[in-house]
Ligand binder design. Structure first.
Ligand code: ADP
Ligand code: ADP
Length: 243
């Protein structure tokens, strides 16, 4: 069974122009993600990829359709209709979202940001610190940076801390929105390795990557969006070679 089943999903944005124009960002999207599967969204800029991830995480309220999520306890919930309090509960244990940018947390050290992400997902504090240290090593954040405020880090370092925090205790569903956009090739390869290993934990991944080679390397399936609709779906090799 699927962890995530998106059905006939719609999202309109009413732009604040003089004539209040409506942009249809999602126009009836259907999509499934199974445990251990990595579905990569592709399609031109403006196709609706980020909007889809944000509707699933409930950063945006969708405007029609359903977003079925199977919880670890086996309950089927519609993310689109849960209360805000229920969404907060679901985000804690079950959903992860990693964007390009580390959320500003000015008073926290790098190690604290990553280990508290583990605690939020149910790890004991001590285990979370060990796991955070391992995760930071894996994405090559030098130990001298661990006690610093994340605000002093470079864009690429912040992005690596962000992915370490997002993957420390892998959730059932991880949403990735261009998590390697600011990384040099060596760091990028280390982060892609880390994401590749999520498959073993059974985590379902729904991602947006700018680079086709990341999609080719990680995705079990590619879903191509065009103007808010699914226009193609298939294995990366087939889809990317013959779009
Ligand atoms: P992609 O991620 O595929 O580049 P997006 O999901 O960002 O596409 O955008 C899909 C459409 O929705 C675009 O037409 C975009 O301009 C519009 N859109 C996205 N976010 C907003 C927003 N917050 N307000 C208004 N329009 C938006
Ligand atoms: P449990 O079986 O302990 O209730 P689940 O694995 O079903 O837990 O759910 C994990 C999390 O998902 C819960 O902590 C809760 O926040 C959220 N959740 C579960 N069921 C629902 C529901 N029907 N409505 C909203 N949120 C739910």
């Amino acid at each position: 069974g699927s962890v995530l089943s998106v059905r006939a999903l719609r999202k309109d944005f009413t732009l604040h122009t003089i004539d209040g124009r409506v942009v249809d960002a999602l126009n009836g999207v259907d999509l499934d993600v199974a445990p251990g599967e990595h579905v990569a969204l592709a399609g031109t800029s403006g196709a609706g990829k980020s909007t889809l991830l944000r509707c699933v995480y409930r950063t945006y309220l969708s405007g029609g359709g359903a977003i079925w999520f199977r919880t670890s306890g086996g309950h089927l919930v519609d993310v689109a209709t849960l209360s805000d309090a229920e969404i907060v509960g679901l985000r804690g244990r079950e959903f992860g979202y990693v964007s390009q940018f580390l959320r500003p947390q000015p008073r926290r050290s790098v190690l604290d940001i990553v280990s508290s992400a583990g605690v939020a997902r149910g790890m004991a504090r001590e285990a979370a610190r060990d796991a955070a240290a391992a995760a930071l090593r894996q994405v090559d954040i030098a130990e001298r940076l661990w006690d610093m405020h994340a605000t002093v880090l470079s864009g690429g370092q912040k992005q690596r801390v962000n992915i370490a925090a997002g993957t420390i205790a892998p959730p059932r569903l991880l949403l990735l929105d261009e998590p390697v956009s600011a990384l040099d090739p060596a760091n990028r390869a280390a982060v892609l390795d880390l994401i590749a290993r999520l498959e073993e934990t059974g985590t379902a991944v729904l991602s947006v990557f700018h680079d086709l080679d990341a999609i080719e390397r990680l995705a079990t399936r590619v879903v191509v969006l065009g103007r808010g609709r699914v226009v193609a779906t298939g294995r990366p090799g087939d889809i990317l070679r013959d779009p």
